[in-house]
Design a binder for this molecule. Structure first.
Ligand SMILES: Cc1cc2nc3c(=O)[nH]c(=O)nc-3n(C[C@H](O)[C@H](O)[C@H](O)COP(=O)(O)OP(=O)(O)OC[C@H]3O[C@@H](n4cnc5c(N)ncnc54)[C@H](O)[C@@H]3O)c2cc1C
Length: 467
């Protein structure tokens, strides 16, 4: 039997895809910047099937590329163009295995779409707080493997902080059952942390036990217009001081990011009147009532308006208003894609360093490339910016891509000089695999290589990614 036939013996012929029409969606990334080929796409429905697939591939030295919703932004789920790899899509492993409300945990299979997990938690009167614009397609396995961040990190943490236990199929095909729902467990190395953020290079996550939280009584959203990024930073400090942990989102958008959104989605409306260089989307989660939340949010925004920190602000008066505000922020990645893409960076810095970093780096790039247009937005509350560069009106975006390497070198050097990270939440994948070598110490790189070699000595798990 050839490889597809052997895979079919495990998952059934209908779940082994080999024709170009069937395989195409699995062989390119969301941004359409990476394209690969594969011996087959295989779609297991159970952990045991994943283990048998991995054993089969290990025996014949066939590389494996794990894939979830394929919404990653660094080419991590796209195979190379050798055609040697098998893409293991976890999408059929989408069962909620258990909800334990007394323990505030949910155990789900890796292919569960993030939104389905949020919905299941809500149905049990709980909150699963991980939230990002791709939540309708991204899977828990992908979220954990890329240690996703999103819009609620400043209150609830990254995917890493939401995971209590994992089930993983290891590179040889053994299954590690680490599905513990414990908040305290000091029994040696915390092995689950190895697989979280590993981008599929150490094993295939097949299930996870995740933390749940109390649902807030109300979530109130507002958009504030600001004259500068230092003012946004000032507003963030005020909100942290006034509402503390009830501040659950603090996102910023530059006027250029907004312009890109409104050009691509003309039906969207910004709820504040006077145009300003920056906008902040803020969300307050309140455990008392909507009225209490609105009063607190209006009080802190009112004080910021009086102090001249905020130029204009609109507080959502209904769920529809809040959804419309979030649609503005969350529509920006799609708008950029429709506009032809741009040179992307996903950087994190100490929050205190961000205004100066943006001013200095914009100036350095504008001096060198007069056609450049910064399109900046992101999670200011986490010190994480999507610091992207396109071209001014009339200049094809291809010009920016021609200079991608130079632009990214300037940005990443500026980030490193200020103690930041060149990948805040998207991972390394293929995009930053080589670049990271400029920033990690030889000891750190050596430790990463030794961990990889110990777990995957034949380099069959997502080769060519991360390291
Ligand atoms: C519009 C848009 C908005 C986004 N916003 C955010 C954001 O705010 N924050 C953020 O962090 N990310 C964001 N992303 C990036 C992306 O959605 C996340 O990285 C997401 O967590 C990826 O999940 P996925 O299931 O699509 O993973 P995939 O893209 O399928 O895979 C991502 C990586 O994980 C590996 N992998 C997938 N499943 C498994 C598994 N079960 N076991 C082992 N390895 C696996 C893959 O090999 C790959 O290396 C956004 C993407 C889009 C398109």
């Amino acid at each position: 039997m050839n490889l597809p036939e052997q895979l079919a013996a495990i998952v059934g012929a209908a779940n082994v895809l080999t024709t170009p029409e069937d395989t195409a969606p699995y062989l390119t990334d969301w941004r359409r910047r990476y394209h690969g080929t594969a011996a087959a796409i295989v779609r297991p429905a159970a952990t045991d099937e994943v283990a048998r697939i991995v054993r089969l591939c290990a025996a014949s030295r066939v590389p494996i590329v794990p894939q979830g919703g394929n919404t990653g932004l660094v080419g991590g789920a796209t195979p190379d163009d050798s055609g040697a790899a098998v893409v293991v899509s976890l999408q059929r492993m989408n069962r909620i295995r258990a909800i334990d409300t007394a323990n505030d945990t949910i155990t789900v299979e890796a292919g569960c779409v993030l939104q389905a997990v949020q919905d299941a938690a809500r149905a049990a009167q709980r909150l699963f707080p991980l939230s990002l614009a791709a939540e309708g397609s991204a899977t828990i396995g992908g979220n954990l493997s890329s240690n996703a961040g999103g819009t609620q990190v400043l209150r609830y943490g990254n995917a890493r902080e939401l995971a209590l236990g994992l089930e993983v199929v290891l590179p040889g095909g053994d299954v590690w059952d680490g599905l513990r729902g414990l908040r305290k467990d000091n029994t040696g190395y915390d092995l689950k942390q190895l697989f979280i953020g590993a981008e599929g290079t150490l094993g295939i996550i097949t299930a996870a036990t995740l933390k749940l939280f109390a649902q807030p009584a109300a979530q109130i959203t507002a958009i504030a217009a600001l004259a500068s990024l230092p003012d946004a930073s000032d507003l963030l400090g005020r909100m942290r001081g006034e509402v503390g942990p009830e501040l659950t989102a603090f996102e910023v958008m530059s006027a250029n990011a907004l312009r890109c959104l409104l050009q691509q989605f003309p039906d969207k409306r910004l709820p504040v009147s006077a145009p300003q260089p920056w906008y902040a989307l803020v969300e307050l989660s309140d455990h008392e009532s909507a009225q209490h939340a609105t009063e607190r949010l209006e009080a802190v925004l009112g004080a910021a308006l009086d102090a001249g920190v905020v130029r204009d602000a609109a507080v959502a008066q209904s769920i529809a208003d809040a959804q419309a505000m979030w649609a503005i922020r969350e529509g920006i990645p799609e708008a950029q894609l429709r506009a032809g893409g741009n040179v992307k960076h996903d950087v994190s810095l100490p929050i205190s360093a961000i205004p100066e970093f943006v001013a200095a780096t914009n100036a350095a790039l504008e001096a060198r490339f007069p056609w450049i247009e910064p399109i900046t937005f992101g999670h200011l509350g986490d010190g994480n910016l999507h610091y992207n560069f396109g071209t001014k009106a009339g200049i094809p975006v291809a010009v920016a891509f021609e200079h991608q390497h130079e632009i990214s070198t300037v940005v990443h050097d500026a980030v490193a000089a200020r103690g930041g990270s060149i990948s805040a939440e998207h991972g390394l994948g293929q995009l930053k695999r080589d670049e990271i070598r400029r920033f990690k110490s030889p000891i750190e790189l050596d430790l990463m290589r030794r961990i990889k070699a110990a777990l995957d000595p034949d380099n069959l798990m997502n080769p060519g990614k991360v390291i």
